[in-house]
Design a protein around this ligand. Structure first.
Ligand SMILES: *Cc1c(COP(=O)(O)O)cnc(C)c1O
Length: 343
């Protein structure tokens, strides 16, 4: 049976060019700082993001954790959107490991209202936790790949500057935002003290994320990475794939966005109200299943039987994600199968 796997852009497999680069990578012991492929990747990414330094980490989750640890001390508080990835999907690592409290606030499609941020900042009374960081997410995962507009990010930065706070940017999919808006990644990064992004999602690498920031913050993050067991040895076998991703996998994200649009329009054509096509800004489609005659779990199960895989999501929706391993013809196939499943 043909399988169209729209569960996540993390299911992408390394390209032949990546596998070749991995096999041939020049390596050394990265705990000694001697892995040339990793050193050159970190330098390349720092430059690309307009920051002093960069650090390769195994996952986006570790990237968020070491970044936020570097910006806080135990007892501090981090303001974030109530749909933030680390608030829901990172096993409460900020609380459990960093000793830091999360302060989730509401916001339309992942965007925080500056007044809402100000209202959440703690007064300096000694009984309160100390507000330290405003954390932003771009693109916003739970909001279905919504782009956090650069002007709104700058508005949050302005609040941070007024109140002496840091800004962290969870940019797991910042390249999707950049390709969709033509805003360079460095401009997004300029808003933040620390930014993380994933190589293992739309960029197609098997493993890896990056943290960028000032030399001082990256040095702290480096120590926390080691503390959390993230010191790696001949890691050039992984970072070689990341070099290939920077060479070959960024521009093509536009294809994923186009496929997502086509998928959204197709589903909207099957049943009105199932998809808000205007909300599809990058590589994700949130589908409301009720107009299709299913609950999210039932819809996911019915389509899985036809080889079309995706995940039940929040509030009566399922999430479909396009990526490198999904072709335009896969989208047509998925639409056919969805059409056949809806009576
Ligand atoms: C995937 C993701 C992460 C975490 O990345 P992992 O590599 O899965 O740990 C963090 N933030 C966002 C927004 C993500 O989508």
């Amino acid at each position: 049976m043909r399988v169209v796997d729209l569960r996540s852009d993390t299911v992408t497999r390394p390209t032949p060019a990546m596998r070749k680069a991995m096999a041939e990578a020049e390596v050394g012991d990265d705990v000694f700082g001697e892995d040339p492929t990793t050193n050159s990747l970190q330098e390349r990414v720092a430059k690309m993001c307009g920051k002093e330094a960069a650090l390769f980490v195994p996952t986006g989750s570790m990237g968020n954790l070491v970044s936020l640890r570097a910006l806080t001390v135990p007892g501090d508080e981090v303001i974030c959107h109530d749909g933030a990835h680390f608030f829901h999907y990172e096993v409460s690592s900020l609380a459990a490991v960093a000793g830091v409290q999360t302060r989730p606030i509401a916001g339309n499609r992942g965007v925080l209202d500056p007044e809402g941020i100000v209202a959440a900042i703690r007064p300096p009374t000694y009984t309160f936790p100390r507000t330290r960081v405003i954390s932003l997410e771009n693109t916003h995962n739970l909001a279905g790949g919504a782009i956090y507009p650069i002007d709104d990010m700058r508005a949050a930065r302005k609040v941070a500057d007024e109140y002496g706070l840091s800004v962290h940017l969870d940019g797991a999919r910042i390249f999707n935002a950049s390709v969709a808006t033509s805003v360079p990644v460095a401009e997004y990064a300029a808003v933040a003290d620390t930014m993380t992004f994933c190589f293992s999602k739309g960029l197609g690498c098997p493993v890896g994320s990056m943290v960028v920031g000032s030399s001082e913050l990256i040095e702290k993050a480096h120590r926390f990475r080691k503390m959390h067991g993230g010191g790696m040895r001949q890691v050039g076998v992984l970072t070689a794939a990341c070099h290939v991703a920077l060479d070959t996998m960024i521009e093509r994200l536009a294809d994923d966005h186009e496929n997502a649009k086509r998928l959204a329009e197709g589903i909207a054509g099957i049943r009105e109200g199932a998809v808000e096509t205007d909300d599809v800004e990058t590589n994700m489609v949130l589908v409301t299943t009720q107009p299709l005659g299913y609950d999210p779990k039932g819809f996911a199960e019915a389509l899985a039987e036809r080889g079309v895989k995706f995940l039940p999501y929040q509030a009566g929706t399922v999430r479909m994600v396009t990526h490198h391993d999904i072709s335009a013809s896969d989208i047509e196939y998925a639409l056919e199968q969805i059409s056949l499943s809806v009576s």
